[in-house]
Design a protein around this ligand. Structure first.
Ligand SMILES: [Zn+2]
Length: 229
């Protein structure tokens, strides 16, 4: 089973951490799906690659899924405050939550923070920040959202976007497109396109929030953890 960090070689396997916490998380107000590993704080889901694909699989296969998922083993009480490298003091979270989590000697503070995280809300705040950086207000954001799903924008953005390779372990979101990438490109498209009504609108049902459908699969609803054992 692969360990995911050269700085954490003495940490227990993620499957051991999962096994310790799987029945304890609900009491903390945190529900996870055993067969669809996701961040225990923000519920960021890495796609179906790590999911258990079939019903009725063995327990070993579920544990293997948890060992493969690129979640990080995060100390609830940090090492510098005496926290142990033990499943009881480790929590499986995405890289971004690991960077943002509180580092105190009080586990309740950690769990309260974890309960309040949402990858969807976090992504929206990044989108809003990116819109603000380009001086786009709410009304303009709604207009620009229509551009996102136009054929013309699809063609325009081709070859103009990509992932940013991290230069350090602190590049927390480099494995997916940053919201500023898409916002920047759609602003560029609007600025370089004369008129605004000639593109082909392909809007579907009205979204709960502007831009929400443009993101890669990020964040899943918590589902009860029953039925996998
Ligand atoms: Zn997270």
């Amino acid at each position: 089973m692969a360990q995911d960090s050269r700085f954490a070689d003495d940490l227990p396997f993620k499957s051991r951490i999962f096994d310790h916490w799987k029945d304890r998380l609900p009491a903390l107000g945190i529900l996870i799906d055993w067969g669809e590993p996701s961040c225990w704080a923000c519920r960021f889901h890495y796609g179906t690659k790590y999911d258990v694909k079939r019903a009725g699989v063995g327990w070993e296969q579920i544990l293997r899924g948890w060992d493969r998922i690129p979640l990080q083993r995060c100390h609830i009480v940090p090492r510098c405050l005496g926290g142990a490298n033990d499943p009881t003091n480790l929590f499986l979270m995405c890289r971004e939550c690991h960077d943002l989590a509180p580092n105190t000697s009080i586990p309740d503070i950690f769990f309260e923070w974890a309960r309040a995280q949402s990858s969807e809300a976090r992504e929206l705040s990044k989108i809003r920040a990116a819109l603000s950086a380009f001086g786009i207000d709410d009304a303009e954001a709604m207009e620009l959202e229509a551009v996102l799903f136009s054929k013309e924008f699809e063609i325009c953005k081709s070859g103009k976007l990509g992932l940013h390779r991290p230069q350090s372990n602190y590049a927390s979101i480099s494995y997916r497109l940053t919201p500023a990438t898409l916002v920047g490109l759609v602003v560029y498209y609007r600025r370089t396109t004369a008129g605004r009504d000639h593109f082909t609108h392909r809007r579907g049902n009205s979204p709960a929030c502007p831009w929400s459908r443009s993101r890669p699969s990020a964040g899943r609803r918590r589902r009860p953890s029953a039925s996998h054992r």
